[in-house]
Design a protein around this ligand. Structure first.
Ligand code: DLL
Length: 427
């Protein structure tokens, strides 16, 4: 563990720390950010009403639209001359969301990423191949800072130029690779195409995140790259990568949220009411220690559940993997659908690759979905039996009848380095 004291802090002490941090933050935000003063004033809430995290539910949510309305700097709680770095996340529509960090915020960023990488299997002295994009995206520089703090040698490859990535993997012999899961798929395939035996590489760990992924992709990447692959989660508005991380020895049991810095809630997506542990809803975060860009009850739009795991190494709460973003959820003939649900079904078929697209289009007055999915090499794309089995399993697990198009290997677009959109909406 990178910071054993904090990562194993007894829950009562963790709560005490969260309470102190939250009350101080609320007082400060009320004075420094007009948006938050207004949020409190309009409902007659005083900062003195917030004395512990049990009072959090009294505070209204902060949403992405609030950040847009305050573009670019009006949500900052520190003057611009105290800002050390600015990142932005490009939304699908409108202006990007701009986030700022003081020097102390960058220290927190490094700390949570260092914890995350150690949790994923990294040790000081190892070499890290960092294939997250460098730039306004928080992935590249965020991972870079934490890895440096942990004592790793960072190879700042950034995304794209797959041939060059392979050369670096072969010649520089990194122990760990960080990239999006879809790009890890691309790299796994590129090894095969170039006749490179993954056993000749030194890489042992892959830290994958920035987009939803399931066990289907874990299997492909672990086999293809000969690594142990874990999930890293985060978002620019909270800090970047390193909000939560899956432990390499506790795979499949969820990712630790570093809750001394980021306090999580899961709320009902329609009513906004807090849900009990274990129930699925929208993940909401309050940053407890950020200086430049703190947020109270930020509505991430990401769907998951949170729970304490009594059998785990650390005391911090775990989150399940993200099913999808609630604004990316498709509603097809009244049924809610995330692409990860289809990915999970594909995983049950050894003759299919987890390389697929969901094509959504109008069929008469109704919306219809077709799954275009690649078969593994040697499997017949005309196989009626395979098609029918897939249609049936999807219907049973998702509750929708979808069209199925079996495709030959290498016919569906791959990730070229960053996040991959698996939905083609033709409506
Ligand atoms: O994607 C930060 C990051 C970089 C995380 C590198 C992990 C690794 P944004 O560009 O602001 O920041 O996008 C944040 O991406 O709200 C989720 O919808 C999605 N996301 C991030 N990590 C995961 C994950 C970075 N592990 C948005 N699983 C978030 C599923 C993820 N979705």
């Amino acid at each position: 563990m990178y910071n054993k004291n904090i990562e194993t802090l007894p829950l009562r002490e963790l709560r005490a720390l969260q309470n102190t941090r939250l009350t101080a933050l609320v007082q400060r935000l009320y004075k420094t950010v007009p948006f938050y003063k207004n949020q409190f004033d309009v409902i007659g809430l005083s900062p003195n009403d917030i004395n512990s995290i049990d009072d959090l539910h009294k505070i209204p949510f902060t949403k992405k639209t609030d950040l847009r309305d305050n573009y670019p700097y009006k949500m900052f709680a520190k003057p611009l001359n105290e800002i050390s770095r600015i990142h932005a996340s490009s939304g699908t529509t409108g202006k990007p969301t701009v986030v700022g960090y003081t020097k102390a915020d960058l220290d927190v960023f490094d700390e949570v990423v260092a914890r995350s990488l150690a949790c994923a299997g990294a040790r000081p002295g190892m070499k890290l191949h960092n294939a997250y994009g460098y730039g306004l995206f928080t992935g590249g520089l965020g991972i870079h800072g934490g890895a440096t703090k942990l004592g790793m040698a960072v190879i700042p490859v950034s995304g794209g130029m797959t041939e060059r990535q392979l050369t670096i993997l072969q010649d520089f012999k990194p122990d760990m690779i960080c990239c999006t899961p879809s790009y890890a798929q691309t790299l796994s395939e590129a090894l095969i195409k170039n006749n490179i035996d993954s056993k000749d590489l030194a890489v042992k760990y892959a830290v994958l995140g920035a987009e939803p992924w399931t066990e289907a992709i874990r299997t492909q990447v672990e086999q293809g790259l000969n690594v142990s692959a874990t999930n890293i989660y985060g978002l620019s508005e909270i800090i970047g990568p390193g909000v939560s991380q899956e432990d390499f020895e506790e795979k499949g049991t969820g990712s630790y949220i570093w809750e001394d810095h980021f306090f999580p809630e899961v709320v009902d997506r329609d009513t906004g009411l807090p849900l009990p542990y274990g129930e699925e809803g929208v993940l909401v975060f309050t940053t407890l220690t950020k200086e430049a860009f703190p947020v109270l009850r930020y509505w991430t739009n990401d769907i998951c559940s949170i729970n304490y795991d009594p059998n785990s190494k650390r005391t911090h709460i775990k989150m399940s993997s993200i099913k999808g973003r609630s604004d990316d959820m498709l509603i097809i003939r009244g049924v809610n659908l995330f692409h990860t649900q289809v990915e999970e079904v594909i995983h049950e078929f050894p003759s299919l690759s987890p390389i697929y697209q969901l094509i959504v289009e109008k069929k008469g007055i109704m919306d219809g979905v077709t799954v275009a999915v690649e078969v593994v090499s040697g499997v017949d794309v005309e196989s009626l039996a395979l098609k029918q089995q897939l249609i049936k399993k999807i219907k049973n697990s998702v509750g929708l009848t979808m069209g199925v198009m079996l495709k030959n290997p290498n016919s569906i677009p791959r990730s070229q380095g960053g996040k991959l959109n698996r939905i083609v909406d033709k409506r």
